[in-house]
Design a protein around this ligand. Structure first.
Ligand SMILES: Cc1cc2nc3c(=O)[nH]c(=O)nc-3n(C[C@H](O)[C@H](O)[C@H](O)COP(=O)(O)OP(=O)(O)OC[C@H]3O[C@@H](n4cnc5c(N)ncnc54)[C@H](O)[C@@H]3O)c2cc1C
Length: 258
């Protein structure tokens, strides 16, 4: 099987500073890391290759620094890596990002299965896997928290309210993976050696030839504001629990809570 895993380099969010006056994000000097759920996408891809045979390739659209996450993927067992970069890709929204990934998949594929993280910790949209799957015309399984490998495809469990729904898709498919889906393996010595020797294949728009209209980002950021502050909780003082419960019930009835 030919398997692809998509990885995104994200900032270490705890290091991001927010200017509360101007409501802007200061990313200068902030560390970078692999998006957490992408590590679980790598594990899902390697598990499929272990079960069905084949090789896993990694791909990212990002700056030169994002080659570190590709090397990390190779240390875990991924065999090859692509990085997509071009001035024309800067400022891409999720639709333009999916268009670039699709063009690179068309150029390097076809793939039987494409694994993604469920959502990033910076953009947090979770839109890229579904948009990409739609553009490719592949089956789409999102937010997998359990993955079963079948003969013809994959079956996943996805959280739905207080329970789970079971979804199946046949290959070729795109599957986005949550951090509940598996336990990522550790790098091997052979993998670490391979990651040091890795030559990342860089693809720009001269290679991909994506037309300008497919690189347009239709979404616009209209504003940036902090979430509303939580109201201070109300304490019910006193020694008598029954009286406190009666008072609490009265307050809740006052708010038409039941
Ligand atoms: C209006 C607008 C303007 C933007 N401008 C900029 C900008 O100027 N500069 C900028 O850096 N970002 C910008 N972004 C953010 C950019 O759109 C996102 O980084 C990107 O589209 C991925 O979205 P996400 O992080 O929500 O991914 P999600 O959909 O949450 O990601 C899910 C999974 O998809 C895969 N994936 C996502 N992105 C990539 C990638 N790049 N390469 C490989 N796999 C990937 C990963 O497996 C990831 O776990 C902008 C977004 C919007 C809406």
């Amino acid at each position: 099987m030919k398997i692809l895993v998509l990885l995104k380099e994200v900032p270490v969010v705890s290091e991001i500073k927010i200017d509360r006056e101007k409501l802007t994000i200061d990313r200068s000097g902030v560390g970078k890391m692999m998006n957490p759920s992408d590590r679980h996408a790598i594990e899902a891809a390697l598990a499929l290759a272990d079960a069905r045979g084949g090789e896993v390739t990694a791909m990212t659209m990002g700056p030169e620094s994002s080659e570190d996450i590709l090397r990390e993927a190779v240390s875990l067992g991924v065999k090859a890596a692509y990085r997509l970069t071009d001035k024309a890709f800067a400022g891409a929204d999720t639709l333009a990002t999916a268009s670039v990934l699709k063009a690179a998949i068309d150029a390097t594929g076809p793939y039987d299965a494409i694994f993604c993280g469920s959502s990033t910790i910076d953009g947090v949209t979770g839109q890229v896997p579904a948009k990409l799957g739609t553009m490719l015309g592949y089956g789409i399984l999102t937010n997998a928290c359990k993955i079963e490998i079948g003969e013809a495809g994959l079956t996943i469990d996805r959280k739905a309210g207080t329970g789970y729904e079971k979804l199946t898709a046949v290959f070729p498919l795109v599957c986005s993976v949550t951090e509940d889906a598996n336990t990522p393996r550790k790098p091997s010595i052979r993998g670490r050696t391979a990651s040091k020797k890795l030559v990342v294949e860089v693809m720009d728009n001269e290679k991909l030839q994506i037309p300008a209209e497919s690189l347009k980002s239709p979404s616009k950021v209209m504003g940036l504001f902090p979430p509303p502050a939580l109201e201070k909780g109300q304490m019910i003082p006193g020694e008598d629990p029954e009286a406190a419960v009666a008072e609490l019930v009265g307050i809740l009835q006052g708010h038409a809570a039941f």
